[in-house]
Structure formats: structure tokens, C-alpha cells
Design a protein around this ligand. Structure first.
Ligand SMILES: C[S@@+](CC[C@H](N)C(=O)[O-])C[C@H]1O[C@@H](n2cnc3c(N)ncnc32)[C@H](O)[C@@H]1O
Length: 231
């Protein structure tokens, strides 16, 4: 009986998960539709993120801990793109990082982060292949957790803007669901573009790691982390 209820709860979690994924990045979802869905999801996003094991923020923080000694961390300026409700900032603050700005197009998602004063500045905009409102060479680190999905998320060419925003010598740290990237025709050019920029001397890859992680309903997914040193 108890086991039956447990299985039923897991099935519901799986169904809700599929519905949210369809809404934010299902086949043919436009950017407007995806953003509308984030607007609806914002208040319960973090609760679901825990249930569905969206753990990109944990890996982002692990990488930054390796990059910076404890006594350096409160001086580092970070831009968190696709910041959402602030999971990356919440995690980074546990380890002494203090100066974090958010770039996030969904006002409702950013409002959740505002409730906990997670970021110093909020840029309510999209990152694309064109320059954002932020000046070049502003940050020591740019982070992005879960910014790539099948549709209507960060486009490949945004890597140009990531490089522009980071000071020479700084880092770009991205963690994503590799299964989503592989399943999306939008990202066929992502790693080739990253490699091309390395050949052009714009940045140097210092880490590329993939691993199998648990997901909703005890399924597994493959995740990926990249860290680039901007030159
Ligand atoms: C799956 S959520 C991840 C949120 C947060 N980083 C986390 O780890 O929980 C993806 C976020 O990216 C934002 N987003 C989508 N397209 C974007 C773009 N082009 N530029 C910046 N953010 C974008 C969405 O509004 C959403 O808040």
C-alpha cells in the first residue's frame, strides 16, 4: 500500500516534469512561450528543481572553488547568466563569493532571487550573439547553469558575448544537461564553435567533463561542464 503510494508520487513527479519541460522547451516552443512558462513556474521552480535534481549550480560552485582560494573569493566579480531564481548565487555564497550579478530575462524568476538579495545587479535581458547592455571586460567570471535546453534558450552564438563580458584572464563556467544538447538541432554547432574560438585564440578550454547524474524518477542523464580561460 505504502509502496503503491510512493510509485504513484514518483509517476506524478515524472508527469509534472515532462509538462514543464514541454512548456519551456518543447518542440516548436517560441522564446515568448518559454518565457511565459518560466513566469508561471517561478514561484515553485526551486522546489521542483530539488525534486527533479537540477544540480547544475552545485557543479558550478565546485569548479569556482577549485579556481579561487578562499581569500580571493570576496573580490571576484561574477555574472550569472540565465540566473533564474538564483540557485547558482545561493550556492556560491556558501563558499565566500560575494559580488554576483544576474542576467535573466524572466522578471518573475529574477523576483524570486530578489526576495533573498542574491545578486547585486539584475540585468533583465537575454544573452544573444549581439552585445548586451553590459560593458566589455566587466567580470572575472561568467557562470551559466542549465542555460541550454532543446528550444528557446541560450543560442550557440552567445559564446561571443560571454567572451566579450569577461576580462582577459577570467573564466567562463557552464554546466548543462548533455542529453538535451544532443537532442537539439540548435546545438549542433555549439562545441565546434567553442573549438573554433579556441583556435582563434579567444579562449582556452581548461575543463570539459561529462558524468552520469540521477534525474527525476531515478532515471539517469548525462551532464556536461566546461570551463574556459578567456585570453
Ligand atoms: C533551467 S533555468 C536555470 C536557472 C538557474 N541557472 C538554475 O541553475 O536553476 C534557465 C534560465 O535561463 C533563462 N534564459 C532562457 N534564455 C535565455 C537567454 N537567451 N539569456 C539569458 N537567460 C536565458 C530562463 O529565463 C531561465 O530562467
Amino acid at each position: 500500500m505504502v509502496y503503491g503510494k510512493f510509485v504513484c508520487w514518483i509517476k506524478m513527479a515524472e508527469k509534472d516534469f515532462q509538462l514543464w519541460m514541454e512548456a519551456i522547451s518543447g518542440p516548436g516552443a517560441s522564446i515568448q512561450e518559454s518565457q511565459k512558462a518560466y513566469g508561471k513556474w517561478a514561484r515553485t521552480y526551486e522546489q521542483d528543481a530539488e525534486k527533479y535534481r537540477f544540480n547544475n549550480h552545485i557543479k558550478v560552485a565546485e569548479i569556482l572553488q577549485d579556481l579561487f582560494q578562499e581569500n580571493q573569493r570576496d573580490k571576484i566579480r561574477i555574472l550569472d547568466i540565465g540566473a533564474g531564481t538564483g540557485l547558482v548565487a545561493k550556492e556560491l555564497k556558501k563558499y565566500g563569493f560575494r559580488h554576483i550579478d544576474a542576467l535573466e530575462p524572466s522578471e518573475a524568476m529574477a523576483d524570486e532571487a530578489r526576495k533573498f538579495n542574491l545578486y547585486e545587479n539584475y540585468f533583465l535581458e537575454f544573452i544573444t550573439g549581439s552585445p548586451s547592455s553590459i560593458s566589455a571586460n566587466t567580470y572575472d567570471v561568467l557562470t551559466g547553469g542549465g542555460i541550454y535546453a532543446k528550444e528557446a534558450h541560450v543560442p550557440c552564438e552567445a559564446v561571443h558575448e560571454m567572451i566579450r563580458l569577461v576580462k582577459p584572464g577570467g573564466f567562463v563556467v557552464l554546466v548543462a544537461n548533455l542529453d538535451l544538447i544532443r537532442a537539439s538541432k540548435n546545438y549542433t554547432d555549439l562545441e565546434p564553435l567553442m573549438e573554433k574560438l579556441e583556435m582563434e585564440g579567444k579562449w582556452k578550454r581548461v575543463l570539459r567533463e561529462t558524468w552520469i547524474a540521477r534525474s527525476v524518477e531515478n532515471k539517469t542523464i548525462e551532464r556536461i561542464a566546461w570551463c574556459f580561460n578567456v585570453l
